[in-house]
Design a protein around this ligand. Structure first.
Ligand SMILES: [Zn+2]
Length: 598
């Protein structure tokens, strides 16, 4: 690979959170080579400006320093070098972000996404890449290993052995930055699904029962592979989990996922049943795995290719994140890992979450998708009043579409067929999904009369703000939807910061808003009695809707007093139940939807 771009990375000073990186270009641009670092990472739609963390950048060729000009916040141009001579950039990257989106390094482990550490070589992003991942020096790191789905450079001198430091390869820059890398001492486990090896790696302190997890996760992966059709589109898959005391997050990649999970959510040896936390973790794994098809290969046209310097706008995240959010929990019940009642419990929570957001009346999921960069990913105290989640409402749109397809075709057609059609049309051909591509797929799939009608309905709900008629749509499946208040305590319509008396959000048109209370106010007393963190409900539970209370609060350093009229608690808590004596047609539809146990 003579024209390959060669990268080198190693933990330089773990205690200072610094990686050392080099990038060598064999045939630099004769007019002067331009380099840049991405401003965002695919899957997380926010400008993050990773170049903030680059330092000591310099260029050299044949042992001599080459002048570097900075063109903008993340682009540099090296001066011309003599023809036939390679150009090398040397730099360090500060890595102290324990999330799935950036890079992290200390004496316990290292983690990085290529978007945080590897400069792109302008004009040569299609060239193959060779990456030497080197180990840190020093005794504490002597037993470190490497986990990544980046292919090992087998056949090259210095090729890495399995889980080893050494040489890895990527076909191009796009692949290079789509395989996060973990290094340290970690727990390993493995299973097989669809004939493909799946590895799991856990960093951080934990007591995970990896056998139980492998047994459950293999069923979920197998079900998803069969949904789209075996074999799966990757020949190896890696779940990388960073375990912390309290955390949650995931980012999808073509053959792996980086996850952040709470220790309490992992299964433990001797665990009984299916605790809520474990369902949360399995749902996260299932979500990121579903992205292997939906968004990593079936992609919006706006992402083919990605432009990593600026925002890439699409109105389709409701399909890529929403449909994925629908299938993440659905895969748990369809694969038999959770019961239908467990599933209906999870679905009820999703519906409740959407109903609790007044923002759903102001923003459609198409708008929410387009504005993800400035709104969904940059939420503030007023976000619940102004935005709708394209994840949660997108999942409900997927549900509503699935239920209609099933009930109107007596179970012959479902959202599964839509996903398979999208896979054939877009995923397998490498074509990007046009902004109306989901509508046309639904139209084509469901036949002469139903298809166009459902496509029109879908466009309307995606571009509108109406609530979905789920009570009616669930009826033919023998599932009842009951809407109730979560408690009987009257409310003033605020959300407090966890464990504190500071107002995080004042909901629109609430009694608190009408009385003039605002986000950031610190509540001191109710009717002259001191309020403690978490104690508001206890102080209101003896009151009635319509009662007035006197609220003392600090706004900045000024003490203020508010007269607030209590309101009835809102009926926004959804409970779904299976009718035990549903007609045979309903039982049949329900089994098609939720599996044989339903
Ligand atoms: Zn997602």
């Amino acid at each position: 690979m003579s024209n390959a771009i060669r990268y080198f990375i190693r933990p330089l000073r773990p205690e200072a959170h610094l990686f050392e990186v080099r990038c060598t270009v064999t045939e630099p641009d004769p007019a002067g080579q331009v380099f840049s670092l991405p401003a965002w990472i695919p899957g997380s739609y926010m400008i993050r400006e990773f170049s903030r963390h680059l330092l000591d950048l310099r260029a050299e060729s044949n042992g001599k320093t080459v002048k570097l000009d900075k063109l903008d916040k993340h682009t540099w141009k090296a001066a011309k070098v003599r023809q036939g001579q390679a150009l090398t950039l040397h730099y360090q990257v500060y890595a102290w972000d324990l999330s799935v989106r950036a890079a992290h390094l200390d004496q316990t482990h290292g983690f990085f996404n290529g978007t945080s550490v590897f400069l792109a070589v302008a004009g040569q992003t299609d060239a193959p890449c060779l990456v030497e991942i080197a180990g840190p020096e020093g005794e504490t790191c002597r037993h470190w290993k490497v986990a990544t789905a980046l292919p090992r450079a087998i056949g090259e001198k210095g090729a890495a052995k399995a889980y080893g430091f050494g040489l890895y390869r990527a076909e191009n820059y796009d692949e290079l930055i789509d395989h996060p890398v973990e290094m340290g001492q970690f727990t390993q486990a493995a299973f097989e699904a669809g004939g493909v090896r799946h590895d799991m790696v856990f960093t951080g302190r934990h007591d995970c029962d990896t056998q139980r997890l492998a047994a459950d996760l293999s069923k979920i992966c197998q079900w998803q592979i069969e949904l789209f059709g075996a074999p799966p589109p990757m020949d190896y898959y890696l779940f990388l989990t960073q375990v912390v005391g309290d955390g949650y997050g995931g980012l999808e990649h073509r053959a792996s996922t980086a996850l952040l999970a709470s220790r309490k959510d992992l299964p433990w040896p001797g665990m009984k049943g299916m605790p809520d936390g474990y369902k949360t973790y399995l749902g996260l794994c299932s979500h990121e795995y579903f992205h292997t098809w939906n968004v990593k290969r079936i992609k919006p046209a706006a992402f083919t290719p990605y432009d990593l310097a600026v925002e890439n706008h699409t109105r389709l995240l409701w399909a890529f994140e929403g449909f994925t959010s629908y299938y993440d929990d659905l895969a748990l019940v369809r694969s038999g890992v959770i019961t239908p009642d467990d599933y209906l419990g999870l679905l009820g929570k999703t519906i409740s979450n959407v109903l609790r957001g007044p923002g759903r009346k102001h923003q459609s999921v198409a708008e929410s998708s387009f504005d993800a960069w400035t709104k969904y990913y940059r939420q503030d105290e007023n976000s619940p009043n102004t935005i709708v989640s394209y994840y949660a409402k997108g999942a409900l749109i997927a549900l509503a579409l699935d239920l209609q397809l099933r009930s109107e075709t007596a179970g012959r057609c479902s959202l599964d067929d839509v996903m398979r059609l999208l896979w054939q049309r877009y995923g397998q051909t490498g074509t990007g999904v046009e902004e109306d591509g989901i509508f046309t797929a639904v139209e084509a799939l469901a036949g002469a009369d139903l298809g166009p009608r459902l496509a029109r309905w879908l466009r309307k709900v995606v571009e509108g703000t109406d609530d979905l008629p789920l009570t009616r749509l669930l009826k033919p499946f023998g599932v009842d939807l009951a809407l109730d208040a979560a408690s009987t305590t009257p409310t003033i319509g605020i959300k407090l910061t966890s464990g504190d008396t500071r107002i995080a959000t004042v909901y629109e048109h609430s009694p608190a808003q009408q009385a003039g209370l605002s986000a950031g106010d610190v509540l001191i007393a109710i009717d002259g009695l001191k309020l403690n963190g978490g104690g508001l409900d206890a102080m209101l539970e003896r009151r009635q809707p319509g009662d007035h209370i006197q609220v003392h609060a600090f706004r900045r350093d000024e003490l203020m007093c508010f007269d607030v009229e209590l309101a009835s608690p809102t009926a926004d808590s959804v409970k779904l139940t299976r009718q035990s004596k549903a007609p045979a047609s309903a039982m049949q539809l329900r089994k098609g939807w939720l599996g044989k146990q339903a």
